[in-house]
Write a protein that binds this ligand. Structure first.
Ligand SMILES: Nc1ncnc2c1ncn2[C@@H]1O[C@H](COP(=O)(O)OP(=O)(O)O)[C@@H](O)[C@H]1O
Ligand SMILES: [Mg+2]
Length: 372
């Protein structure tokens, strides 16, 4: 439905140099899906979103909706933002303080170029207020509402024009942690129920994993991997993605031979391991093995099976629903996250078992591949 192709958006800075904000960004968002741009601050998420909205003029590329270009450098097309019919909610959503909830949501209809009757406005506004669960407070002053309600009102205002595409830039980041989590579910429910094609921007990996059909992880203006939340988390293609999305252990390793279709034997910094790989490697190649802390089983007795490494508990941290064990193997530290009932004192011997399918081999490079 939305197609972004080879998008480059750049800014001049104060020194007259070029800031490469979006570099060869490409992705597709199917009808009704929520697509997330995830990455650290400054990686070009907002720039990409604003380019889609028409608030920035890219240097080159193509942005189209249902096959119709809203921006194309080759065809010299640039549709003005107010003609694109996209709904937008930003981090600092502005609620009009002197208007009640109904008036706030009705505002876009009243100032728009299209004229609506009073009855039409009433119908449209009450429909979106019902969708966001604010129909019962339509008469309330906007400033008398909680942060979560104001956020939903901002969403209602973005939806009232029945946009083809919804663009959300860190819409939950001004809310406190508890409310943010609740709104995350609300937003997901609403997006799914209304079938809103949405581009969502966040630097918060758990938000991205929870909300998205698909995620594009960005770094330094480039898309480094696109995939489902599970793909991104379980099959990171490079060190940046493995590191940015969730906690992981990186082990230096050398390929010691092929073990199967997508598996290898490696010599790692903590011992011999069987690992999984989505790339092909030759014996002797230097690689990194990524193992998530929750994918390491700890036992007091040596368990059966492969990928068992002996270590010593260096320290542990109680975190309520789980316990983090820092395990020492020679000079190396490995983090294991286990059930809090597992109890071995600091200095005690433990065995770590790692499922080969959860030991992911990635190329030991910091050069991220370009978007496909
Ligand atoms: N209006 C602007 N003028 C100059 N540089 C900008 C402007 N907007 C963003 N940038 C720069 O472009 C890069 C990407 O910024 P941005 O898209 O806001 O990243 P993100 O939303 O991922 O934090 C950053 O280096 C930022 O400083
Ligand atoms: Mg931003």
């Amino acid at each position: 439905m939305l197609k972004v192709e080879a998008l480059y958006t750049e800014y001049p800075n104060e020194k007259g140099e070029v800031v490469r904000a979006a570099q060869n960004v490409s992705f597709d968002v199917p009808e009704g899906k929520l697509f997330t741009l995830l990455g650290p601050s400054g990686c070009g998420k907002t720039t990409t979103l604003r380019s889609i909205a028409g608030l920035e003029r890219p240097r080159s590329g193509l942005i189209s909706v249902d096959g119709v270009a809203v921006y194309s450098s080759t065809k010299n097309v640039f549709i003005a933002p107010n003609k694109r019919n996209f709904g937008m909610v930003f981090q600092s959503y502005a609620i009009w303080p002197h208007m009640n909830v109904f008036k706030n949501a009705a505002f876009p209809l009243e100032v728009g170029s299209k004229k609506f009757s009073k009855k039409q406005i009433e119908d449209k506004v009450m429909r979106v207020l019902t969708a966001v669960g604010l129909d019962h407070v339509a008469d309330r002053e906007a400033t008398k509402m909680s942060g979560g309600q104001q956020q939903r009102l901002a969403l209602a205002r973005a939806l009232v024009m029945e946009p083809k595409l919804l663009l959300l830039d860190e819409p939950l980041s001004n809310l406190d942690a508890k409310l943010r989590e609740r709104m995350r579910f609300e937003l997901k429910r609403m997006q799914r129920e209304l079938g809103l094609t949405t581009v969502y921007v966040t630097h918060d990996q758990s938000e991205a994993l929870a909300l998205s059909h698909e995620i594009a992880v960005m770094s330094a203006g480039q898309v480094v991997q696109i995939g489902s939340p599970r793909d991104i988390y379980e099959r990171p293609r490079n060190k940046f993605v493995a590191d940015f999305v969730g906690l992981t252990n990186f082990l230096d390793a050398t390929i010691d031979g092929k073990a199967g279709e997508a598996s290898f034997h490696v010599k790692s910094s903590i011992g011999a391991l069987s690992v999984t790989s989505f790339n092909d490697f030759a014996t002797g190649d230097n690689v990194l093995v990524s193992v998530r802390p929750e994918d390491i089983e700890l036992t007091e007795q040596r368990p059966e099976g492969v990928n068992v490494i002996e270590g010593v508990v260096d320290f542990k941290v109680f975190l309520g629903e789980y316990l983090d064990y820092q395990v020492k193997v020679g000079d190396h530290q490995v983090l294991a996250r286990v059930h809090p009932s597992f109890n071995v004192p600091v200095g005690g011997k433990v065995f770590m078992r790692m499922n080969p399918e959860k030991c992911i081999t990635i190329q030991d490079n910091t050069q991220y591949q370009k978007a496909a």
